[in-house]
Design a protein around this ligand. Sequence first.
Ligand code: ATR
Length: 290
Amino acid sequence: MSEPVDQVPHTAVPHAGVLGWPVRHSLSPRLHGHWLTRYGLPGSYEHLPVPPELFAPYVRALVAHGYAGANVTVPHKQAAKDLCDTLDPAAAAIGAVNTLIFRHGKIVGRNTDAYGFLENLRQARPGWHAGDGPAVVLGAGGAARAVVYALLEAGAPEVRVLNRTVARAQRLAAELSGGPDTPVTGGPLDPAELAEAALLVNTSSLGMAGHPPLDLDLAVLPAGALVTDIVYVPLETPLLAAAKARGHATVDGLGMLLHQARPGFEAWFGRAPEVDAELRAEVLGALAAR
Ligand code: ATR
């Protein structure tokens, strides 16, 4: 007779990985491998390629085999949410899960993208506060949902979502609505919309290697506005280059990738890891070698 899943003994050494299809390109094994080595911890973290039709049974098999958990990337982030026994508030609000934690046969789903976005800004610009003024978010996909959620949680007084498909921006704004004192609105990719922004965030795929650049005139963006991009290939996107040339402070997107990995590592391997220059250099080296 087979044992109930929650009585299968966990292996002494924690195992985790990243679920995706395809997933070979994922830098997560580099990140977690770096931390395991640096802190001298037992454990493994590997690529876990799984096609959509096998996602649910595959995850259940990981649970049954005593895995500690997994990261989830494209195209499984919504499917992962549906599989979880419990969700953290970020995953529930964003509607996607990027971190699975297996405990006593149950699946806990978290979304750490919002956390990673905020931690990146806080580490790169220690004086930055979401409450400093209105934020403008470019794009209305899954990444935008995480960023808007993060900004509202962190106390942004107003969020304006600009997107090529305006209806999608309006839908996102309505779904993540910040309440009567915190307007969240959707609109077109119109440069005039930048006039009062304290923070400008690109979450669209524009500016990513292989995609068209983001062609948005920054002339009316207030001089003190911080500009950040969640795209990190290239590290300096055309948007960040244009913002820098106009004298704006800028933050690149690589740190979001590094920081979003921290909560999973801590849950699976038992130590809160740090994001520092050494980790950044290793990941940049891996990107350059592609
Ligand atoms: P993700 O979930 O990673 O955020 P996505 O859902 O594909 O990815 O969203 C990509 C974003 O980039 C969208 O906001 C998309 O705009 P639309 O909603 O209008 O499709 C935006 N985007 C992609 N290519 C674009 C282009 N050529 N011009 C303007 N926006 C573009």
